[in-house]
Write a new protein. Structure first.
Lengths: 267, 267
DNA sequence: GCGACTTTGTGCATTCATTCACAAATGGCT
DNA sequence: AGCCATTTGTGAATGAATGCACAAAGTCGC
């Protein structure tokens, strides 16, 4: 999924550290885990909630006040049952026979995703991609202010990019701690990524988005999401190849059941 | 993330060829599909194979000739059982007691992913991100030559970027068809994405990577993979929030029960 | 050629995710 | 008030992905 997606798009593992809040109830009588942190929302659902949120924001701008699960699902490219289940994880905010109120859903999803408070972002590696990210107008929606930029190149240090001066990567730990960076974005060449990652972690960053094509090694309490163009292309390549193969096979009299080889909701 | 898969072939994962292993087929129901190669390989595994491939390439460059599933798994950030299962989908190329030969795995994974032939890529939207993509040295590994660039801006049309002149988006269908583009990369502002997507499809493109924060509507035979920074950030935000919440909640055993307005929990 | 040791490949149990399908609500109409 | 047409919310069924644990298959030393 990636993964997302998911990636799934991206694909993530490592649910989180074990210990901590896990109250392992050996013999749950009849009552379900009562005070336990209410149902964890499935990882896959969280990713989709972010998508619903964007679609809903667009709806709001168009002045749409209410919609049904069917409509929202179509706009988000998922089926309506899945959408309703996803929404049910965050509570029960619909009206039977009517649908959902856009503004209510927006508020609730924002609350669940923790978007009610802002998360400072640091971008490391101010090359082509880094530039693109630094200038990403107000950064994806608001709520994620770019509060630091880093690069190795001494000529870049001090130069403002998108209104923020670039610092040297050696200062990552110090600057991140000072500015309370909560998310680090790695946009460096692969060779530098792990070192940069280590410095971010040293600076107290617990969440990282990695654009560099390398597998980062991080301590358990740090969460990494990778965005990897090469992988995306190769996945597409795989499907192209498979499609071609199955056609050849088909032509050789092996009429496999089902007509089109393609699946459903490609979104 | 999740892209469509459709393949509904002969379920059972028959080892196929060698040693005619006991056919655990108690009931002789529907005819099996003796497909040559296309063994259904799980979507999630495909994504990881691409990662293994990259790690293996690195290994090869370092002169490593052989390694165990344990070693490769560690380098790829997955557990070894999963890695072995993933590899088993593409065949049986390891040697028990020894491990895998790097070059063999590289070849086999490339074959499965369809990397033995090249796939021409078109990048649409030559802004910051588009520039970054167009210059992405030889594009992710080889095998994905950038064969076309597009933008709306008349001032950009004709200008070479990364050695390739930019064409106008109105020419997408024509140019894509001519140059046999097989993968389209959308790096435009969200408002333009759907129109661009439609043109790509009109040009015969069946695979698309979408960097624009919109849900694309495409016909069934087109596969879209989305790369969405905003979603990634929001997923991280969710986990940060949840982490913080679970700490607070523990201290105050507040009823999660209630109607639906429980403060922190989720649900 | 034999036994000790290593590592693969996979059946099975488990967990996570998707989809179905229907009772429970709700608004509108008569 | 009562009925009808809608649409939600969710148990239960189905399907996909993960991880365990172990037999099978191989190497190495003697």
């Amino acid at each position: 999924m990636a993964a997302a997606r998911g990636q799934r798009g991206g694909e993530r593992d490592v649910p989180a550290a074990p210990g901590a809040t896990e109250v392992t109830m050996p013999i749950p009588p009849v009552a379900e885990t009562p005070m336990q942190r209410a149902r964890a929302i499935p990882e896959a659902a969280v990713a989709r909630l972010a998508v619903y949120l964007r679609v809903l924001s667009g709806m709001a701008e168009q002045g749409i006040g209410t919609l049904s699960s069917e409509e929202l699902a179509a706009a988000a490219g998922v089926n309506s049952a899945k959408l309703r289940k996803d929404l049910s994880y965050i509570g029960s905010y619909g009206t039977r026979g009517v649908g959902y109120e856009v503004s209510v859903l927006v508020d609730q999803i924002e609350r669940i995703l923790g978007l009610t408070r802002s998360h400072s972002v640091a971008v490391v590696g101010i090359g082509n991609l880094g530039h693109a990210l630094a200038n990403y107008g107000g950064f994806p929606s608001r709520g994620f202010p770019v509060a630091a930029l880093f690069d190795v190149d001494p000529d870049l240090v001090g130069v403002p990019v998108g209104g923020m001066p670039v610092s040297h990567i050696d200062d990552i730990p110090k600057v991140c701690a000072e500015r309370e960076i909560s998310i680090g974005v790695i946009a460096t060449p692969p060779a530098a990524a792990q070192a940069v990652c280590d410095r971010l972690v040293a600076g107290g960053v617990h969440s990282i988005v990695n654009f560099a094509p390398v597998v980062l090694q991080v301590p358990d309490h740090v969460e990494v999401r990778k965005v990897d163009l090469a992988v995306e292309l190769q996945i597409l390549s795989f499907h192209v190849a498979r499609r071609a193969d199955s056609m050849n096979v088909n032509s050789s009299a092996l009429a496999v059941n089902g007509s089109s080889v393609d699946g459903l909701g490609v979104r």
